[in-house]
Design a protein around this ligand. Structure first.
Ligand SMILES: [Zn+2]
Length: 222
């Protein structure tokens, strides 16, 4: 199984840096269409070890998901796992807007609740998106534990998955994630699910906006 990582599904604003993290909505539609119609890929929101299964993950919970990704996923009856920054709903990417030179709006609770009601899975991406190995242990523990509680209180569902901001973790951080009661955690390391060390170091494939369709299919299906 491959786990794909998306960030923004949108056209990047002119001034934005790291434009490759934006996949334009037409490209995204074609990617999903190909996977579903021609490759018969299973697009569920959980781990499925069959060879043609793909798990779509979306980091940070950007509002463009609702406008540009949701309609396509709905059309092709695909589900996804979305990692939300629990303390920044309805705000923007406070953690990297200066570096990226763009303020990207994040979904509010109503939008996230709607996605839950539509069968999407929500995971935790901490409260404020810090580098977890670079802050005091106590703070890291709160980011990991309290984000789960906030999301569960607001959404009324169990939050089973966690995603390390910036892919930053070490053994201690990983143990905190396990102790908090999560069932699995996702990294930014490249690889297939089967190549992952364990359920708390799941490897993924980041989808870049400059990929053309054959490139996408090659990276995702091989
Ligand atoms: Zn992130």
């Amino acid at each position: 199984m491959k786990v794909l990582t998306y960030h923004n599904i949108d056209y990047p604003p002119k001034e934005a840096k790291l434009k490759s993290l934006y996949v334009n909505p037409d490209k995204f539609r074609n990617q999903i269409k190909y996977l579903k119609k021609f490759k018969n890929t299973v697009l569920s929101n959980e781990i499925d070890k069959s060879k043609n299964a793909v798990l779509l993950t979306f980091d940070d919970g950007y509002r463009d998901f609702i406008k540009n990704a949701y309609p396509t996923l709905k059309k092709y009856q695909a589900k996804a796992l979305i990692f939300v920054v629990a303390g920044l709903t309805d705000k923007y990417n406070l953690w990297d807007w200066k570096k990226l030179n763009v303020k990207k709006p994040l979904m509010d609770w109503e939008e996230i609740k709607f996605l839950v009601s539509e069968g999407f899975e929500i995971g935790s991406h901490t409260i404020t998106h810090p580098f977890l190995t670079k802050i005091p242990e106590k703070t890291a523990k709160a980011e990991i534990e309290d984000s789960k509680k906030i999301l569960e209180d607001k959404l009324g569902v169990e939050i089973k998955t966690f995603c390390y901001p910036y892919g930053d973790y070490n053994q201690k951080v990983k143990e905190m994630v396990i102790d908090a009661g999560y069932k699995m955690a996702f990294t930014t390391k490249h690889g297939t699910f089967e190549e992952s060390k364990d359920m708390f170091e799941i490897k993924r494939v980041t989808v870049f906006g400059h990929w053309i369709l054959p490139q996408f299919l090659w990276k995702v299906l091989l």
